[in-house]
Design a protein around this ligand. Structure first.
Ligand SMILES: Nc1ncnc2c1ncn2[C@@H]1O[C@H](COP(=O)(O)OP(=O)(O)O)[C@@H](O)[C@H]1O
Ligand SMILES: [Mg+2]
Length: 214
């Protein structure tokens, strides 16, 4: 059976949260008994493949699979319920192919204009290449305490014509530490951090369900 749902985390820039969100999404579905694989398209760094190896080593459940891929078609032929595409920042043709095949595209961005502007241009570029704007969802990541800055970022991204997740992900050392031990940002040692990550994950799942019925 080929993959029944695919969700991609994409950006042109590195460091915005593609891998972080890929793992959160993968963990969320795996916890609901889906068979999940992260397709890691960053073959030089293989951060999600390494993270899954660490997860196994640490005995963290639910189990999640990961593999490095070059080909989107090959990834989609695999027998998993969900394939999460952890995108590659520097390959335009691959990124476009992932965007075309994915049921939902998650675009992480920081709150600064320096982060948002290129990510909005990237989203516009995807639309210019035939990707339906409905498939695109922005997630604001690495927020600080300023509610004003977060509200401004929401407005900027919505005004650009995109759906923005209501829940942002704050910049927290606890998230960093969790990921360093093979855990997702919803699996930290801190219930409040887990709740925030789960709220965001819930929105992403709801959107995927809305778009596909899966
Ligand atoms: N909300 C956050 N809080 C703390 N650290 C974060 C957060 N989001 C991402 N990071 C960290 O920032 C770095 C880059 O994030 P990552 O998800 O790997 O980005 P990308 O895959 O887009 O390059 C990683 O070290 C990651 O652990
Ligand atoms: Mg990455």
């Amino acid at each position: 059976m080929p993959v029944s749902l695919s969700i991609a985390c994409l950006s042109q820039k590195g460091g915005v949260g593609k891998s972080t969100l890929s793992r959160l999404i993968a963990r969320t579905y795996a916890a609901a008994e889906w068979r999940v694989k992260i397709a890691d398209f960053n073959p030089k760094q293989k951060t999600s493949v390494d993270w899954v190896a660490l997860r196994l080593e640490q005995g963290v459940t639910p189990e999640i699979a990961a593999e490095a891929f070059n080909s989107v078609k090959t990834a989609l032929k695999q027998d998993y319920d969900l394939m999460v595409f952890d995108g590659r920042p520097d390959s335009e043709p691959t990124t476009l192919e992932i965007a075309k095949e994915a049921d939902l595209i998650v675009l992480p961005s920081g709150v600064s204009l320096d982060d948002m502007k290129p990510q909005v241009l990237f989203a516009h570029e995807l639309r210019a290449r035939g990707i339906d704007a409905k498939k695109i969802m922005f997630v604001i990541n690495k927020t600080a305490d300023s509610q004003v800055a977060i509200a401004d970022a929401h407005r900027y991204l919505s005004d650009a014509g995109y759906k923005v997740a209501k829940n942002d992900l704050p910049m927290k050392t606890g998230y960093q530490i969790a990921q360093n031990s093979g855990r997702a940002v919803s699996e930290t040692g801190f219930p409040t951090l887990n709740e925030r990550a789960e709220a965001l994950a819930g929105e992403i799942v709801a959107r995927a369900t809305e778009l596909t019925g899966e």
